[in-house]
Design a protein around this ligand. Sequence first.
Ligand SMILES: [Zn+2]
Length: 123
Amino acid sequence: MYKIFDEFSDLPITNQQRYDLRHPNYMKEWKLNHPNYDKKYDKTHREQRNANKRIYRLRHPKIEKAHNLAKYHIPLGKMCQFGNCDATKNLNRCHLDYDYPLLVITMCQYHHNLIDRLYREND
Ligand SMILES: [Zn+2]
């Protein structure tokens, strides 16, 4: 498994991310204290979320097509390919350029967000 973005491995991270690193169990505890939250949210917001998805697909047909092509043709890697990250859970396919829909990198959710933010800032 080859790794990419080694040069970003010691990026300064945001206060929120620092907090998350220091309090890795925060979400677990929050879920224990709010046992019904997910269910309620699912029921009351499902239609809204589906509507948002539909709107997003209509607005970004190229992105939607790239996502579908990659999902269909490229198997998901076993590990995050970002720098020194060794996450094996919550993995996504990350597109660096939607002009090349089959060129994807396996990344954990955290590094996917990080890369998306970097790319958006550079636009
Ligand atoms: Zn990662």
